[in-house]
Design a protein around this ligand. Structure first.
Ligand code: FES
Ligand code: FES
Length: 191
């Protein structure tokens, strides 16, 4: 029996894709890795648990993270998506420049195997972008980091250095917080 297809279009990392006929049961991670050669989105649990496969969906209501392993392309149809390949900026010669979040993860040695890293980068990116639109008091930063990154699992380094890096980005970037000096207390992290 032929697999039903849908006409799929989307904007991925700023580039328009489609319309192209694709199997309607295709998951976003399969679309990215097998059809578009965007292999930075990691498939790990495949069950929506670890968030290594986190991608960003942009909309008028704001940006949100979704797990690409359990998000079907039918839901993504017509939407604007960012993957880890679309996070870095470019210098004047067109060479990639890591985003502030990526630079902070490198500086703090936040990862080892890095399998979880694209998910952390994307989750932290959405957090930082949301704070640029709606700054919060410094006293609320720890809670927002925990909330934003809580679903992302890491089994190498623990979480302390990821959280330290995100905290540094938030507290050192003008306009993300609205009052008070930079706080230095560590976030309480999950085991
Ligand atoms: S691979 Fe998607 S949540 Fe784990
Ligand atoms: S760095 Fe290996 S799972 Fe996070």
């Amino acid at each position: 029996m032929a697999i039903p297809k849908i006409s799929f279009s989307a904007t991925i990392n700023g580039q328009k894709i489609g319309p192209v006929d694709l199997p309607e049961d295709l998951m976003a991670v399969e679309l990215l890795q097998e059809y578009l050669n965007l292999t930075g989105t990691r498939l790990t649990c495949g069950q929506g648990v670890c968030r290594a496969c986190t991608i960003i969906v942009d909309g008028e209501e704001g940006s949100r993270t979704v797990p690409a392993c359990i998000t079907g392309i039918a839901w993504l149809n017509g939407r604007s998506i960012r993957t880890i390949e679309g996070i870095a900026g470019k210098d004047t010669d067109g060479r990639p420049v890591p985003s502030p979040v990526q630079q902070a993860f490198l500086k703090h040695f936040s990862f080892q195997c890095s399998y979880c890293t694209p998910g952390f980068v994307n989750a932290a990116t959405v957090l930082v972008e949301s704070l640029a639109k709606a700054p919060i008091p410094v006293a609320e930063v720890e809670g927002r980091i925990l909330t934003a990154l809580d679903a992302n699992l890491c089994r190498c380094t623990g979480y302390v250095r990821y959280y330290q890096a995100v905290r540094e980005v938030i507290l050192s970037t003008p306009g993300l917080t609205v009052d008070g000096p930079a706080q230095t207390a560590n976030a309480t992290v999950k085991a």
